[in-house]
Design a protein around this ligand. Structure first.
Ligand SMILES: [Cu+2]
Length: 436
């Protein structure tokens, strides 16, 4: 372990160069010093983010190395499940993930038709659940935990129903702030999530987000706007929604019943400027370092109402644009949702790991969107569920707060650096502690 730690910090020191300020963390390995202020230099902030993620990896490794924790959590180092940056996957690995999603889009829905008449495929089950619960899982105390569960159950469906064997990927937003069209996620290649939508001439330059009667936030439209034309999902049909789809020009579109069958193409309107403004490396590091209490962290991540911002979470969603990219309810209908929320989960994991003892179970907020209408506080005993999307059933928040404990003991580890993963490869990686 000491060797591991020494290697990690050796790497970090060589990576980060001069970090503006350093601060110790209470429950961290004694030798750790971390940045306390997000650098305004993109390159330095990216290194800071790598450093914070590497630190989280060390904290997690130490936790599962500890005999007491092993006994308590049932999660051991030889059962680790790894999450990876999409950029680090080989083409065949990317293709395996894409093919597993395409497979879910072929399997029949398990949602009863009277509940969601438009849910035709297994993939739609996830979209239907998100539409159904949107007001209870955004700007609520369950936001982070619910989406962690949702992503984990999606991963489990890919594995158990479509034979996926690879690692679950995430979209590292700061890498794509210059040009989304060139991103390995959106470049339209066979190993991407399909590309931009066909360009719409003379598209209105902005669209509006309106939250609970507050002044609208106007954001720019992008370089596409129409149906996607290439890549693995070009024949994919979006069956559900819309429900609160922000349209260029300021209008919103909602179907009378968003769970009815409404087949249409997937539209994208890639907007690098939105990602650059809200999900750049400085913004991610600032989110991680500035917010010491979970209420501030989760609210800032989603865009503090009245601030004019949309947070790193909103930055990823709205930079995809189109339909359902601009529809909070229907957003899982765009397959890139899953790598975006892989990153959301990763950022929460890093934040928790910065002070694990105090933060793994930190929970705040209520059960309704911005507490409108007022509802009881969310607690560790609050039960969440994901309807017919997953197989895990209702679960208490307490069970989904940790990546290495609880009923789901997901053991999410994060390899940022190829040579770090090479160094660690003497561990025998296997299926993690199991879901359910
Ligand atoms: Cu969501």
């Amino acid at each position: 372990m000491m060797v591991l730690r020494a290697v990690c910090f050796g790497l970090l020191v060589s990576e980060i160069g001069a970090i503006p300020a350093l601060q110790p963390y209470a429950s961290a390995p004694a030798t750790a010093v971390l940045p306390s202020i997000a650098s305004t230099s993109t390159a330095t902030a990216s290194s800071q983010l790598d450093q914070l993620a590497s630190f989280a990896l060390i904290v997690t490794t130490e936790r599962v190395s500890n005999r007491t924790a092993q006994k308590r959590d049932g999660c051991t180092r030889n059962k680790l499940r790894v999450r990876r940056d999409w950029r680090t996957l080989s083409d065949p690995q990317r293709r395996e993930f894409i093919d597993a999603i395409l497979c879910l889009q072929q399997l029949p829905s398990q949602t009863p038709p009277d509940l969601a008449p438009g849910a035709k495929t297994r993939y739609d089950d996830f979209v239907a659940t998100h539409i159904n619960q949107t007001r209870q899982i955004h700007f609520t105390g369950t936001f982070l935990g619910w989406h962690r569960y949702f992503v984990a159950e999606f991963e489990q469906a890919l594995r158990s129903e479509c034979g996926y064997t690879g690692d679950y990927p995430y979209w590292n937003w700061p890498d794509d702030t210059e040009n989304l069209e060139d991103s390995p996620i959106f470049d339209g290649s066979d190993t991407s999530f399909s590309g931009n939508g066909a360009p719409i001439p003379n598209q209105p330059p902005e669209f509006a987000l309106t939250i609970s009667g507050r002044p609208p936030i106007w954001l720019p439209t992008g370089s596409g706007g129409g149906c996607i034309t290439d890549g693995p999902f070009k024949n994919y049909t979006l069956n559900l929604g819309p429900a609160g789809l922000a349209l260029p020009g300021g209008e919103q579109a909602s179907a009378p019943n968003p769970l009815d069958y409404n087949p249409r193409c997937l539209k994208r309107d890639l907007t690098s400027s939105i990602l650059r403004q809200f999900s750049n490396a400085t913004a991610v590091v600032e989110l991680l370092l500035k917010n010491r209490i979970v209420y501030d962290f989760q609210t800032s991540m989603q865009g503090t109402p009245g601030s004019g911002g949309i947070g790193v979470h909103g930055g990823g969603h709205y930079s995809m644009g189109g339909d359902p990219g601009r529809d909070v309810f229907t957003s899982p209908g765009d397959p890139a949702f899953w790598v975006h929320h892989g990153m959301v989960d990763r950022v929460w994991w890093i934040w928790q790991s910065l002070d694990w003892g105090a933060r793994w179970n930190a929970i705040s907020g209520t059960g309704t969107f911005l507490n409108e209408p007022p509802s009881p506080n969310t607690t560790l005993e609050t039960v969440v569920d994901i309807g017919f999307a997953g197989s895990g059933g209702p679960i208490a928040m307490r069970e989904i707060m940790s990546t290495t404990a609880g009923r789901f003991a997901m053991c999410i580890f994060d390899f940022l650096l190829f040579f770090l993963s090479f160094f660690l490869s003497f561990f025998s990686w296997g299926d993690c502690c199991g879901l359910g």
